[in-house]
Design a protein. Structure first.
Length: 401
């Protein structure tokens, strides 16, 4: 097929449309611009991050909860944006945008539409009667979305298998791209100097000798917060010198919230709340733990920990198991099992040499498989394939490590 061209040889306009945390995709947008696209973003929140990075940013009214009236308003707002600015391709991420964007794009004549399924989320982390019935609605909506979408990207193979089994995606119209990519060098650059890390240890009253085990997540049950507290108590009965750090924002609404009182009442865990120095906290930690049974795409926190050379302990769940090869760069434990998590933590803390070897394996894995440039190259290929355009001549791809 002859490559499609655009009027005046302009670059095709591609928009990334998502919900919370959309600014984390700015590094990906930069690399996609290098590969021949004029990038912009659409999201619900007010932010200056995109303008500071040199990108246009548009807002639309998005509600995470199921609300037909709010969803109709969001769809209308998207259609107005598409008609006004005429993007050539829209790429939607997060659950609600993947349901709303494809029909709006088709109604307004957008040439290409791609959706990325960033995990199945809280709906598939619960077996309550409400969650089970809502899954039926979810499948119906995703089937409708697929009919209006040109291509679907999954972040792990389990999600693709589920979608194909329920006829929400089809061979030849989907692929797996592991995660959203991690800028390994940027993560390492955020790590402070030895002076900064020494100051952080003093702030937290850590002596630099006793082990530190860290978890970073929102305070919701499916992230495994309860299992982390349980494991911390069990470990400190045997090794009371170990410090457990829990980092992340409190969640104030929703059926999956974890009570902040339980965290604060646990004497074996130090809750730090939201922090902007997560890389430094990882740097002074010996283990990174994520006992999640949330249906993740690929957990970014595990990638960041791997980039900083930490051994990882996580659950044998879709998305998590893609980042950890059991016994190589960390350990996999059963979901919802605090005692098994405690056993895994003790196993690694009792073998510092093995921990160091696992940390090195983590760095190698993330550089080879999850590097941002690898992910950007995969998405550029998909964009060009959907639009029928050619990659810019003379662009040199990053060679695999």
């Amino acid at each position: 097929m002859e490559a499609r061209t655009f009027a005046g040889e302009r670059r095709p306009r591609a928009w990334i449309i998502g919900g919370g945390g959309l600014q984390l995709r700015i590094p990906l947008m930069r690399l996609l611009e290098q590969r021949g696209f004029e990038m912009a973003a659409v999201g619900p929140g007010a932010t200056d991050a995109f303008a500071a990075a040199g990108f246009c940013y548009h807002r639309f009214p998005l509600r995470r909860a199921l609300n037909p009236l709010a969803d109709f308003r969001a769809s209308q707002a998207l259609q107005r944006l598409f008609l006004q600015h005429r993007p050539d391709l829209v790429h939607c991420v997060n659950t609600k945008p993947t349901l709303l964007v494809p029909p709006a794009a088709r109604r307004t004549g957008v040439a290409g539409c791609i959706r990325t399924i960033t995990g199945l989320g809280a709906l598939f982390s619960s077996s309550s009667p409400l969650a089970l019935s809502l899954r039926l609605v979810y499948r119906q909506l995703q089937r409708k979305s697929e009919r209006h979408c040109d291509f679907t990207v999954f972040q792990n193979p389990n999600d693709r298998e589920y979608f194909r089994h329920h006829r929400m995606s089809f061979p030849g119209r989907d692929t797996v791209v592991l995660g959203s990519g991690i800028d390994v060098e940027a993560v390492r650059a955020r790590q402070g100097s030895s002076t900064v890390l020494s100051g952080l240890r003093r702030e937290l009253q850590l002596d630099g000798q006793a082990p530190v085990v860290m978890m970073a997540a929102r305070l919701i049950r499916p992230k495994g917060v309860g299992e982390f507290l349980e494991a911390a108590t069990a470990v400190r009965r045997v090794r009371p010198e170990v410090t457990f750090l829990l980092v992340g924002p409190e969640v104030r609404e929703g059926p999956a919230i974890f009570p902040i009182e339980r965290v604060r009442d646990c004497p074996d865990v130090r809750f730090l709340g939201w922090r902007d120095d997560v890389a430094d906290l990882m740097a002074i930690s010996d283990l990174l733990v994520l006992p999640s049974y949330f249906r993740e795409g690929i957990p970014r926190v595990l990638l960041e920990g791997a980039a900083l050379g930490l051994p990882l302990i996580t659950t044998d769940m879709p998305g998590c198991r893609e980042v950890v090869t059991d016994g190589v760069n960390g350990l996999l434990v059963p979901a919802r099992n605090g005692p098994q998590l405690a056993t895994a933590v003790l196993e690694l803390l009792d073998d510092p040499t093995r921990c160091r070897d696992m940390g090195r394996a983590s760095r190698i894995l993330v550089e080879k498989t999850f590097h941002l440039e690898t992910v950007a190259a995969a998405y550029a290929d998909i964009y060009h394939r959907v639009l029928g355009t050619a990659e810019p001549v003379g662009f040199e791809r990053r060679r695999a490590a």
